[in-house]
Ligand binder design. Structure first.
Ligand SMILES: Cc1cc2nc3c(=O)[nH]c(=O)nc-3n(C[C@H](O)[C@H](O)[C@H](O)COP(=O)(O)OP(=O)(O)OC[C@H]3O[C@@H](n4cnc5c(N)ncnc54)[C@H](O)[C@@H]3O)c2cc1C
Ligand code: FES
Length: 264
């Protein structure tokens, strides 16, 4: 578990990725040193309309320049405020928070399953693995969205050299269908390769990946989202039920949980 830092930083770079997706880089933020793939930050937005901070997964860090990237899609009040941010605007950042993904073993295939705005923590994870010497050909990057405009940062994924498997509901980019159908085909036909799955995305997708992991006895990890008022384990607003009984806080024991661990 990391020791979070609470500090103001400034918007250094912004990229409009179209279809309401944005990449923002903030800095200087002293907490970047401790960031790991799967961690998130809690952002304090300068508006009386938005009382609670908003959680955003860390998408990349530049430790030398103490910069941190987030990637978000505008869906409500908080993200609408963020979308109006201008260069050099300040933001309060608390983080890094939560736990992180564990590395696949050397001989394993890492099957990454990203759905929609579940992409950011998995992009960070895949880049971290590749930069750490993990063979990119042993990383399968399944990425699903409703249509082509939901499959963002394609150049970034291709640059990593991973095996990219995009799918869209309407077939406008990649194969047509649900991403979990592609994942199931791979698990069913993949022979006796040792696979570890890593998923982040909509609840229904996570439930399907969880079911696949249990059905095909494939281990892995799911990064969950939950309403997150405090982000530091105090308010119990982000509780999930565990299969073995009891509860866990997504912000503190998570957001990354093992396949089969949480009652989804
Ligand atoms: C650990 C963690 C990591 C996260 N990482 C990211 C990230 O990297 N990028 C990112 O964009 N978001 C991420 N989120 C979600 C983010 O924290 C916000 O909940 C989300 O962006 C909506 O905030 P808002 O203030 O714009 O919407 P609100 O005003 O809070 O909600 C407005 C409406 O949007 C709906 N809504 C809320 N979230 C979503 C969603 N994800 N998709 C569709 N509708 C939604 C709500 O149900 C509500 O009806 C993460 C959440 C958690 C818990
Ligand atoms: S958000 Fe408060 S305990 Fe998790």
């Amino acid at each position: 578990m990391t020791k979070p830092v609470c500090a103001d930083a400034f918007l250094i770079r912004q990229r409009n990725l179209k279809n309401d997706y944005y990449s923002y880089t903030f800095g200087p933020f002293p907490g970047v040193e401790q960031c790991r793939p799967g961690n998130f930050v809690h952002l304090r937005l300068p508006s009386s309309d938005v009382y609670f901070r908003r959680a955003m997964s860390v998408t990349s860090v530049d430790k030398k320049n103490r910069e941190l990237e987030i990637l978000f899609r505008v869906v409500g009040r908080g993200t609408s405020i963020l979308a109006r941010y201008q260069k050099n605007d300040p933001i309060g950042i608390l983080g890094p928070l939560g736990n992180s993904f564990s590395k696949p073993r050397k001989k394993e295939i890492a099957a990454i399953v990203a759905g929609g705005v579940g992409f950011p923590p998995l992009a960070y994870f895949a880049e971290h693995l590749v930069n750490g010497g993990f063979d990119p050909k042993r990383i399968l990057f399944f990425y699903g969205g409703k249509s082509a405009s939901d499959i963002i940062e394609r150049g970034r994924i291709k640059k990593m050299g991973v095996r990219f498997h995009p799918m869209t509901d309407d077939g406008s980019f990649g194969r047509k269908g649900l991403i979990t159908q592609g994942v199931e085909e791979f698990l069913r036909d993949g022979g006796n390769q040792r696979v570890r799955m890593y998923a982040c995305g909509p609840e229904a997708m996570l439930r399907a990946v969880d079911d696949l992991g249990l059905k095909y006895r494939v281990p892995g990890e799911l990064s969950l989202e939950a309403p997150m008022p405090c982000g530091i384990g105090v308010c119990l607003g982000c509780i999930v039920t565990l299969r073995k009984g009891g509860y866990a806080r997504v912000c503190h024991e998570g957001p990354v949980f093992k396949i089969g661990e949480v009652l989804l």
